[in-house]
Structures are given as C-alpha cells and as structure tokens.
Design a protein around this ligand. Sequence first.
Ligand SMILES: [Zn+2]
Length: 430
Amino acid sequence: MSATPSRLLIKDGTLIDGSGRGPATNSLIIVEGNRITQTGPVDGSARPQNADDTVIDAAGKFILPGLIDAHCHISLHQGALPGVRYTSRAEFCTLWAAYAIGRVLRAGVTSIVVPGGKWFTDVTVREAVEVGLIEGPRMVVASRALSNYGGIFDPDPYPAFEGTPADTAGVLCNTRDEFIRETRRQCKRGVDLIKIADSYWGDIQTCADDEIAAVADEAHRHNVKVAIHSRGSTSTRAAAKAGVDLIYHGDLATEADLDIVAKAGMPIAPVLTSPWIGSTHGIGTRTGERLAAQLRTSYRMIRNARDRGIPVLAGSDTGNASAFAHGKWHGKEAELFVSEIGMTPMEAILANTSGNAWLMGLDGEVGVVAPGKLADIVIWNSNPLADITVLQRPGEISAVVKDGRIVERAAHGFRKLVDDPPRARRLASG
Ligand SMILES: [Zn+2]
C-alpha cells in the first residue's frame, strides 16, 4: 500500500474560482479525499505520485465551483407518466426523487435548496445521499409548505373537499398555533428549512404577520432556517420584520418595502426562471400574459433591491411542474441576471456559486475552488464569462466532481422520459 493518499489532479484549464477573482489560465487543482489541497499555476506537483492518482487534462476548458441552485424541488411534482398509475404515491415519489437528484448532479449542480415537497421524501433522499446509498447533490430541504386558506399550496380555491391531502406539497395551518405545531413537527423530522407559502400572485396576504413571526421564532430555536414564498408587498414587509432567512420572489415589493428588507438584512431569490418558462410556454394564454407581466415587475424590483445592497440569490424553481425538468434549467437564472438585471457574467456566476453557499450552511466551504474547501468542481468546455448561457447546457460539461469524487455521467445519458416530459397540469409558481 502506498504511503501517499491518491489524488485527483485537474491541470491546464482556466480556473474561475468563485471568489470573484479573474480567470487564471494554466491552473492546477489538487484534490485529496473530499477537499481541495492546492490551487495555482501548473508546476512539478502536477505529475501523478502514485498509481491511484487520477489526472484530468482540462486544457482549453473552464473549471468552476459546482453550481448551487437555491430553489430546486425534487418531490414536489411527478407529472403524469405513461405506465405509472399514480405518480403521486409515496413509494413512486421517493423513487422519482432519487432519480431526479442524479439528473441535477450530472447537470453540474452539486448543491440544492429544496423549498418544499411531499411528505418527508426530501429529508429521506438527503440522508440517503449523505450515507452514500445514492449519488446526488448536497441538499438543504424543507417539507410541505405551511400555507393557509387561499395560499399557493392550498390545493384548490374551489374545493370539492377542504384541506390538504397527504400527497400534496402544502399543509394547511390556519392559526398561529397550527403554524407553530407544524414547524415543531417538521423540525423533529429533520428538515433544514421551513417554507411558508403566502398567496399565489401576491395580490392578497394570506399569512398573518404574527403567524410568520411565530414560525421564524420557533424554527430559529431549532437552528432551522425559514424561507417564504412572498410575492406581495405587505407579506414581504412582514417577512422582513419577522426575520425570515430568505424571501422567494418578492416581485410586488415597493421601494419602501425593500428599504425594510435591506435594513433587516436577508437576501431575496427572485426565481425569474419560473415565470420565464411559464410565460414562454403560455404565450397567448391569460396565465402566460400574467406571468410575463409578473416577470417585468420582478426585473424592476430586483434592480431596486440590488441598488440597496440586498443580496440576490439564484434559484431556478426546477421540479415545480413538468415543464421544469430536472437538469435542464439550473443555469437559466444566470442568463436572466445578466440580460435583465444588469449583472456581469462574473457576478452571475458568483450568485450561482459562492453567493448561495451560506444557505447550504456551508459558507466558505463550497462555492469556491480554493485550498481547504470541499471539492465540488465542474469542468465546462466553453467559457461562461464569454457566454453565460453555457451554464444551461449540461452537454458542455466534461466532468463533475462532488465531494472529491468524479460523478459517472456517461452511463446515464438524458432520457426521453424527462427531456420530453408530459405537459404540466398547470404552470405553478411555488
Ligand atoms: Zn418553488
């Protein structure tokens, strides 16, 4: 047995390290175990030292931290797959989730935040990844979203029944006590995040201020973060005052609301990809037009947020509906950040890597390729600084390294089932 542990050497590529530093050509990255031990110009240490060393020649390629998607559902939606009688049943849902995370990882996304899903499926899948049972990205997960009557996860505004059946992604909480009880229950079952869900469009505020505050207080005592689906003005203001950790969407937030968010200090993840997909698929329909208008409002809001120094996180809403296929859309948000918000490609890369790391509870551990960091690395064939849309083309990936291990990609391919999925039942925007 060799005295030196085996190493992974990535050499001769251009390193875009996720810190904001400019690209470094002819780079050498050395990985031992699950950590990066060395980065810098290619030197004598680029030679393999023992037979188990792996060398990746990245000449002409671009080495980036693994992408981090701050809004990626896994068990939320299974679609209507031919041959599967009931896709929403717990057993199939879990299988689907295990399959979906593989697609996400092979698209270069090494960490995801899962803001809502069915049962405790995402907790189970996260644990299965952690113990090495299945391969997938690092996961920070919520369970069913806490929603009250009229909220986005109250499944039907004109119900033949009332309440939320077990296979839905929301759980009804209609009093402050019910919000607290459900928060406690989910914390006990191992979530990393509580998701509160206000109204679908933000035109009304469904969650009362004191309910949002009660959830934040309860979750924080359990060291669990809180995120809210908040499109409205008053709900965003209430969330900021309650001290939630992250606001999703926020499109109707006024400049006065954003002043309060800026003072409170939490980031906003606008999740532009979701209405972009919805409006593109729904051209000419009422919902499509409404989503296009929502998108324009979001662009304006997030520019205002950036003017105030509010951190802007990147999340795609992958997995929300059939149109949001796993592995396909994770890089779209970066393009919209550049084309519509005015970020430089470098800023958009940071928003999709190091900028999301704290949400994973791994600030300074992932999202940057540097000595001592966890080895989550993706090698792209083209330069995303020259063309940010590279990040949404998994076909341009030559290698994915997660936790120091090279992810097997060739055997899987991108299967017809999900590349050409059945039509969405509706274009949700959770
Ligand atoms: Zn969502």
